[in-house]
Ligand binder design. Structure first.
Ligand code: MN
Length: 329
């Protein structure tokens, strides 16, 4: 399919490059850093070869979220966003941008988002899970965005009317004991999905979307497992007459189908896509690759040939993203 839009696509600046070093064996590091630091050359060639018209670019992970020094987090976010704006300006027809945000400081994050949207023309934000802040537990207390101090930030996201991509990161060591002696379960194998799914469920259960019903959150990797578990979350122990105990007013399925979108990043599997279509509908699913951690050819070759209706392929490959991010404007 020609004209695809991909929106979980990463790059790095020198200050954040090493955050990606542990995710591939050392022998692949030269290749991964070449991929991360390139925007205009090899990436663009691969996009041309595989029918990707536009990539919405974002910083690698965990990057800004894992800088407990607030002042530095604010600086690195600003530097990354300025550098990304410059890169996108070289090919505005091919590249758009998500803001990196220093959510250690909710006010600073709201200001940076406003700057990125209004001054730099970005189309939303991509944030790598919880933030670490040296003013909270010496940087060892994961700050999730359902916490009350984030409500003014969310009000600003709603006011600016832009999507927020909640991207994975690994849990902190003290919160990862279930993975002790099983390091192979960290990262994309399992821990990324578990961490991100719980964060997304916290946002739903806290009542955020009752207060801001227009907020639109994007999660990757075919929904981080949530589509497969959605029915069970709303129906567990259905014979017990007990209303939900969380503060939110509605069912998980209501928020997931009205406030969330998912992408195919790193999960190139037709069976899983069909399950997601059955739970969420084809209007809330978007193509993505997760370059450079996954291969563009693996994503595009799979998607182009997947057993889907052509109408759904067009929506998922392109038009859903055009609508959500206002790319035609
Ligand atoms: Mn990713």
């Amino acid at each position: 399919m020609q004209g695809k839009i991909a929106l979980e696509e990463h790059w790095a600046i020198p200050e954040t490059l090493m955050d990606s070093a542990g995710f591939v064996p050392g022998t692949y590091w030269d290749e991964l850093q070449d991929r991360l630091l390139d925007i205009q050359d090899r990436r663009l060639t691969l996009m041309d070869e595989h029918g990707i018209e536009t990539m919405i670019l974002s910083l690698n992970a965990p990057a800004v979220q894992a800088i407990p020094d607030r002042k530095r987090a604010i600086e690195v976010a600003r530097r990354a966003n300025d550098a990304l704006a410059e890169e996108c300006a070289k090919r505005p027809d091919r590249f758009r941008a998500f803001a990196a945000l220093p959510l250690q400081d909710p006010d600073a994050a709201a200001q940076e988002l406003q700057r990125c949207i209004t001054d730099l023309g970005f189309v939303g934000a991509l944030v790598n899970g919880f933030s670490q802040d040296d003013q909270h537990g010496n940087g060892q207390e994961p700050l999730y965005y359902d916490l009350p101090q984030y409500r003014p930030f969310w009000a600003e996201v709603a006011r600016l009317d832009v999507p927020f991509y909640l991207h994975p990161r690994n849990p902190l060591a003290q919160d990862a004991r279930i993975y002790d002696n099983h390091p192979w379960l960290l990262g994309p194998t399992w821990a990324f999905a578990q961490e991100t799914a719980v964060h997304a469920l916290r946002l739903m259960a806290c009542g955020l979307f009752d207060d801001h019903s227009s907020l639109q959150i994007v999660i990757g990797h075919m929904g981080e497992g949530i589509p497969a578990m959605l029915w069970r979350m709303d129906h567990r122990n259905a014979w017990v007459d007990l209303p939900p105990t969380y503060p939110a007013k509605r069912r998980f399925v209501d928020y997931f189908t009205e406030n969330f979108h998912i992408t195919t990043s790193g999960n190139f599997r037709t069976q899983s896509l069909i399950d997601a279509i059955l739970e969420l509908g084809a209007d809330r699913i978007m193509f993505s690759t997760d370059w450079p951690f996954e291969n563009i050819d693996h994503a595009a070759d799979w998607f182009d040939a997947a057993s889907l209706s052509e109408a759904d392929r067009t929506k998922i490959g392109r038009t859903n993203a055009v609508s959500l991010f206002g790319l035609g404007r």
